[in-house]
Design a protein around this ligand. Structure first.
Ligand code: AMP
Ligand code: ZN
Length: 127
């Protein structure tokens, strides 16, 4: 698979105003590191850690309030792929943090559910 076609293909239930749906559709550039039929992983445009990846389902699910029992497989895949890409980045042994911001108090910016994979330096306790 070449870099050019990584991530190409429409998002499921795509929201035309959603930045992550546009990335998944190939309408916006991204630094994609992993794709499969359910999720994509790309580098955060504003990294807060030496490693900062976003694990994003192809389906546009705005937030945790919108998840349904049928999403169980997607939600499991997010964690499985997060662990895989973290290992690929050499983080498995030293550790890393997964973050899922949900709703206004968390500071969620993009309302298309995603996991942040954060690592590469020692972190303090969570806020
Ligand atoms: P959250 O606050 O959990 O919704 O996180 C959204 C994340 O998406 C932030 O860390 C942003 O830096 C990141 N982000 C926003 N736009 C892009 C983009 N075009 N490509 C990559 N990451 C992005
Ligand atoms: Zn979306």
């Amino acid at each position: 698979m070449t870099q050019a076609n990584l991530g190409a293909g429409p998002a499921l239930h795509a929201d035309p105003n959603c930045v992550f749906c546009k990335i998944i559709a190939g309408e916006l550039p991204s630094r994609m590191v992993y794709t499969d039929d359910t999720v994509v992983v790309f580098k955060d445009i504003r990294p807060r850690m030496p490693v900062h990846l976003l694990v994003v389902p192809r389906e546009h699910i705005p937030d945790l309030e919108a998840i349904e029992p049928r999403h169980e497989g997607i939600l499991a895949r997010l964690l499985l792929v997060a662990a895989k890409v973290a290992a690929d980045e050499g983080l498995a042994r030293r550790g890393y943090r997964l973050v899922l911001n949900d709703g206004a108090d968390s500071g969620q910016e993009v309302f298309h559910i995603h996991l942040h994979v954060l690592g590469g330096r020692r972190m303090g306790p969570m806020a």
